[in-house]
Design a protein around this ligand. Structure first.
Ligand SMILES: *[C@@H]1O[C@H](CO)[C@@H](O)[C@H](O)[C@H]1NC(C)=O
Ligand SMILES: *[C@@H]1O[C@H](CO)[C@@H](O)[C@H](O)[C@H]1NC(C)=O
Ligand SMILES: *[C@@H]1O[C@H](CO)[C@@H](O)[C@H](O)[C@H]1NC(C)=O
Ligand SMILES: *[C@@H]1O[C@H](CO)[C@@H](O)[C@H](O)[C@H]1NC(C)=O
Ligand SMILES: *[C@@H]1O[C@H](CO)[C@@H](O)[C@H](O)[C@H]1NC(C)=O
Ligand SMILES: *[C@@H]1O[C@H](CO)[C@@H](O)[C@H](O)[C@H]1NC(C)=O
Ligand SMILES: *[C@@H]1O[C@H](CO)[C@@H](O)[C@H](O)[C@H]1NC(C)=O
Ligand SMILES: *[C@@H]1O[C@H](CO)[C@@H](O)[C@H](O)[C@H]1NC(C)=O
Ligand SMILES: *[C@@H]1O[C@H](CO)[C@@H](O)[C@H](O)[C@H]1NC(C)=O
Ligand SMILES: *[C@@H]1O[C@H](CO)[C@@H](O)[C@H](O)[C@H]1NC(C)=O
Ligand SMILES: *[C@@H]1O[C@H](CO)[C@@H](O)[C@H](O)[C@H]1NC(C)=O
Ligand SMILES: *[C@@H]1O[C@H](CO)[C@@H](O)[C@H](O)[C@H]1NC(C)=O
Length: 658
């Protein structure tokens, strides 16, 4: 244990809603400074294409590119994942000219005849096809409709399908995500740390942080720009569906697809919102959508929002309820909680009606759906860990609303789940929790990670053995979880990452980052800018290939908010700054140094700005800047014999009382 003393150095009373401080980290921010972005380079030309380089950069170019001959094409690279509505100026064309467009995130699926699949997974990887432009008119600008827009891509292929040449110029993509933010780069949070552990890229952690922030930004969309379901008859896609009965923006699962609310994904992406743009309104809107479609008879919430309207997942019902607490924790918006409270408690009753005589929820097959796994039925460990956390956070909300006896009942029920969880599912020999009490020798990545994250453990030795036990699933590119064959799932990886940090195993946490997220960020088969939905043991882009996705690797999303666990984990655990009550009225600083020599970062809430900055050389300094108030903590000087290496809590406080 290391205890530090606070020294108040400076006090400025004014609170200013502020963007993060400027610094070298800004170079890693992937967001564009303008809504109109242009291609960065020519990837490839095939057939008769002249002047392709005129399509790069300068949107005022008067010279165009000419594509001649049926089947000739040019592939343009936007340099990173982007999404929006494309405009192309048609400089000259005849009635015998024709153009089509195809879009892909990964370079593997560049093709003049198909886009990535974003609507239907198909073994032939050809369900989206191309977007054929309407008849071309010289000196007119073609602009994609809202429905035709691509929410996520990096490579654009422009194909001539006619006999006569066509000359085009001024290709501009009008970014549609996060429409409410005037300056897309105006993040309220930041992070910076040099990876001094010997990893090949010393900027890895900072890149990763901004990659996650940008991924979630891309998942923030106008509520009327969700993906249509069912998909258009005869192929293609349409991104003009209504994602729920709310106006403004919603937080969805991904940029390309599904562009739909999935509350489990928000168990990661809402925290990323806090530390990057502080746009909790989108999470709140998405949760309002989930409550609005509650089954009025049973109280069950849906698995996803409209138009997909999936049903049948206890885990995702838990996530909607946990998400409600997350939004309250970060915004302090009690009106929102009151607005949904009747539906919230009804949904919680629905879940608790499945608790049987063992003390655990016995998940029926019809509510066993989940994404990172199969076989979620029965006394499933992940589902019960989630119900425990739901009850603990429900009790906090009930207390805040003044329902003290209800709050106490929720705590009592939570305690009996925790007791049964340890009694029925803990395997002392394995040093891990079992997946359920029916199947032997499956010690899941999700149930064990969530058990640590949500405090289902009774003692520190369980935490240590789970953290160590989880490494048995590791490959060079991430954990192959036992609960879903041949799939590495960054969603669950985000919970495992937190479990290692909570165990104080910072070096192990960084090792996991290097393997799993390092693979995603650097492999040249991915979009190399935003985060993947999942991949397989051999690194190919398959996600749930044999369990729903028909081995369609072009269907896998390359900008999936559920893969952004590192973005907030680096703030909460490595920088070490967490809010412990609404809006950060109380907070803690407990950095897990993880073998690094320095880290810094921060974020904003309505109470002010929070930041911490430590270096670990001859001394350790922590700064906190709430309300522009700087608190400097000097640590190791006073405790030269102590080490912060295992990341024990060093401090907590109340700084936002007034
Ligand atoms: C992008 O689209 C919006 C909404 O249609 C429009 O107001 C804006 O001018 C467009 N910006 C660019 C750069 O095309
Ligand atoms: C298109 O504009 C150019 C330049 O202003 C002009 O020379 C050309 O005649 C126009 N073409 C048509 C079909 O209007
Ligand atoms: C939605 O977009 C599709 C594809 O662009 C289009 O066919 C359809 O008419 C649009 N629907 C509405 C209601 O605008
Ligand atoms: C272009 O080529 C495709 C494929 O070979 C063919 O189906 C199509 O009819 C051709 N179009 C024209 C205008 O020749
Ligand atoms: C609560 O659920 C009902 C359907 O059971 C729905 O009509 C209502 O809008 C929901 N309330 C809120 C605040 O979402
Ligand atoms: C606590 O659990 C019992 C048994 O599952 C259930 O009947 C009761 O409604 C729960 N209490 C609350 C407040 O939900
Ligand atoms: C508990 O773990 C041990 C060691 O891995 C294993 O042999 C045993 O079968 C496990 N028990 C159950 C019920 O899974
Ligand atoms: C974990 O749960 C125990 C009760 O089982 C409680 O005493 C302890 O405070 C909890 N720890 C945290 C960090 O919430
Ligand atoms: C920790 O808790 C587990 C599960 O309740 C128990 O089996 C184990 O004996 C405990 N270990 C210690 C060291 O208290
Ligand atoms: C797991 O996936 C691999 C690779 O696709 C496959 O060869 C194997 O048969 C699968 N195993 C099971 C049990 O489905
Ligand atoms: C990825 O890099 C390897 C090795 O340099 C190269 O052979 C391969 O063609 C590249 N793949 C793509 C899709 O660029
Ligand atoms: C954090 O501390 C380092 C080392 O003392 C210093 O160079 C840097 O400017 C500090 N960052 C901020 C935002 O104050």
């Amino acid at each position: 244990m290391v205890f530090v003393s606070f020294v108040v150095v400076l006090l400025i009373a004014v609170s200013v809603a502020a963007v993060a401080p400027a610094g070298p980290w800004d170079a890693f921010n992937l967001a564009s400074s303008t809504r109109g972005v242009t291609p960065k380079s020519v990837r490839l030309t095939v057939g008769q294409v002249t002047g392709a380089e005129n399509l790069i950069g300068n949107t005022m170019s008067t010279k165009g590119a000419t594509i001649a001959g049926n089947g000739s094409y040019v592939v343009l690279d936007f340099g990173q994942e982007v999404g929006g509505r494309l405009s192309i100026q048609i400089d000259s064309a005849t009635s015998s000219s024709a153009l089509s467009l195809s879009f892909t995130e990964s370079p593997l699926f560049i093709s003049p005849t198909t886009s990535d699949d974003s609507c239907v997974a198909s073994f032939l990887e050809d369900s989206d096809g191309v977007l054929s432009l309407p008849p071309l008119t010289s000196n007119e600008t073609y602009t994609q409709t809202v429905g035709d827009q691509r929410g996520g891509f990096r490579f654009l292929t422009i194909v001539s399908n006619g006999e006569e040449p066509v000359t085009i110029s001024n290709i501009v993509l009008n970014i549609t995500f996060m429409p409410q933010l005037e300056d897309l780069r105006a993040y309220t949070g930041y992070f910076f740390a040099t990876d001094t552990t010997g990893f090949h890229d010393p900027e890895f952690l900072t890149k990763l942080w901004y990659s996650g922030a940008y991924t979630v930004q891309m998942n923030t969309i106008d509520s009327h720009q969700a993906r249509q379901q069912p998909c258009p008859v005869g192929g293609g896609w349409a991104n003009n569906a209504t994602g729920g009965p709310v106006e403004g923006t919603i937080l969805v699962d991904a940029a390309k697809r599904d562009r739909n609310i999935w509350p489990g994904d928000m168990g990661i992406s809402t925290h990323t919102e806090l530390v990057s743009t502080f746009d909790l309104q989108s999470s709140q809107n998405s949760l309002l959508v989930m409550f609005s479609t509650q089954d009025p008879t049973t109280g069950a919430l849906q698995y996803s929002g409209p138009p997909i309207n999936a049903v049948g997942s206890d885990t995702y019902i838990c996530w909607s309820l946990i998400g409600t607490h997350n939004v309250y924790l970060y915004t302090g918006d009690l009106n929102f909680v009151e607005q949904v409270w009747a539906n919230y408690t009804f949904a919680l009753s629905f879940l608790q009606s499945q608790v049987d005589e063992t003390g655990l929820m016995n998940v029926p097959v019809s509510f066993s759906n989940d994404w990172g796994r199969v076989d979620g039925q029965g006394h499933n460990s992940a589902a019960n860990a989630l119900l425990y956390q739901t009850l603990i956070t429900a009790s906090e909300l009930a207390t805040t609303l003044g329902h003290t006896s209800l709050a106490a009942e929720y705590v009592t029920n939570a305690s009996s789940i925790k007791e049964a969880y340890n009694k029925l599912l803990w395997n002392e020999t394995a040093g891990m929790f079992m997946d359920n009490d029916m199947v032997y020798n499956v010690n899941p990545q999700d149930g064990n990670s969530l058990a640590v994250l949500f405090n289902l453990t009774n003692n520190g030795s369980q935490i240590q053995s789970i953290s160590e036990g989880l490494t048995q699933f590791w490959t060079d590119i991430g954990p192959l979880s036992p609960e879903l064959n041949d799939t590495i799932i960054p969603f669950v990886g985000g919970f495992e990452l937190q479990a290692h940090f909570i165990a104080g195993q910072g070096k192990r946490a960084l090792d996991l980052l290097h393997r799993e997220w390092g693979y995603m960020l650097y492999t040249n088969i991915s979009v190399q800018s935003t985060m993947l939905e999942g991949f397989t043991a051999n690194g190919s882009l398959g996600y749930r290939s044999a369990a729903g996705a028909d081995f369609d690797h072009s269907f896998t999303s390359n900008a999936h908010g559920w893969a952004t666990g590192p973005t907030f984990s680096l703030i909460f655990y490595l920088v070490g700054l967490m809010v412990t009550s609404s809006q950060g009225a109380t907070w803690s600083v407990a950095p897990v140094l993880s073998g690094l020599t320095a880290a810094q970062g921060g974020f904003e809430t309505n109470l002010g700005w929070f930041g911490a900055n430590w270096t670990f050389t001859d001394k350790t300094t922590f700064r906190l800047d709430p309300f522009e108030r700087m608190v400097e903590l000097e640590a190791l000087e006073q405790h030269p014999g102590k080490s912060l290496g295992t990341g024990v809590p060093v401090s907590s406080g109340v700084d936002h009382a007034g």
